[in-house]
Design a protein around this ligand. Structure first.
Ligand code: V07
Length: 253
């Protein structure tokens, strides 16, 4: 049954001008780009853009929740981001705690589960501690899975999967003949998750930047010039509406 919800011109209900029951992507992945540019445009330091970007994260979590998206994977920090100036890295590493301090109660109320992909052990101890607390606290929630890519790099992920699979071949836990795409996928950080149906990148750049190279093989891509701190439920829903009109082929015809 399809259910159209009328467009209501109020701040709370901007989300409802599309069919919320039909062809919603299970898994949306987002490259949250344009924070630095947002700040520079205003004559502010780059970190002001990152701070503003935290609010946009919550806008999109609410939108994904309203649309009954099951998994939202957000590229928060890449393995390449360690090349940034140290003060910027230090600031970024405090954002998980800041985000959780403000929003964890709302996430709990909405049954959201928090998880991460990436090299978690290489994060600063204070960052690990804040995020681990939130993962533990939300582990039994069965609503939206809010999955942060933190210290994530796709080539590294694939390489460590290969090394682990070779170890398992060495000690006869898996035979080379048995290795197929499904088994290989179990060695990636995203083990157990379906591949993203939709990738969104903000700020007009059209690159993957080492994000989910394996998992995005058949995904639909959607780009917008909106800078990440300006991202809101309305823009997110434009992406969903566009997705609803696409015909997916998975390499077939
Ligand atoms: C970060 C804000 C969004 C724009 C992109 C870069 C800056 C939320 C988190 C986060 C991560 C883990 C977690 C809870 C929140 C975050 C970093 C950067 C490193 F459990 N936003 N955000 N982490 N930005």
């Amino acid at each position: 049954m399809s259910m159209k919800i009328p467009f209501i011109k109020s701040k709370q209900a901007v989300n409802a001008d599309f069919d919320v029951t039909e062809n919603i992507p299970d898994h949306v992945a987002i490259i949250m780009d344009g924070n630095g540019r947002w700040a520079e445009k205003r004559g502010l330091p780059r970190i002001a853009g990152h701070k503003e970007g935290v609010k946009a994260v919550m806008n999109v979590v609410r939108a994904a929740n309203h649309a009954h998206v099951k998994v939202l994977t957000l590229y928060a920090f890449s393995t390449e981001n360690w090349n940034r100036p140290k003060p910027e890295i230090d600031f970024l590493m405090k954002l998980p705690k800041e985000f959780l301090h403000i929003y964890l109660p709302e996430l709990m109320e909405n049954n959201v589960k928090i998880d991460t992909i990436g090299d978690f052990a290489a994060l600063p101890a204070h960052t690990q501690k804040a995020v681990k607390y939130a993962k533990d606290k939300t582990k039994d929630n069965d609503g939206l899975l809010l999955n942060f890519a933190l210290n994530y790099g796709s080539r590294y992920e694939i390489m460590q999967a290969i090394k682990q699979i070779m170890d398992d071949v060495d000690c006869n836990k898996v035979s080379v003949d048995a290795i197929d795409e499904d088994i290989f996928s179990e060695y990636l950080y995203t083990n157990g998750l379906s591949d993203p149906d939709l990738l969104i990148r903000t700020s007009g750049e059209k690159r993957l930047s080492n994000f989910l190279l394996w998992q995005l093989a058949y995904s639909e891509f959607w780009f917008t010039d909106v800078l990440w701190p300006d991202m809101d439920e309305k823009v997110f829903n434009e992406a969903l509406k566009d997705y609803q009109n696409r015909k997916r082929r998975y390499g077939g015809i």
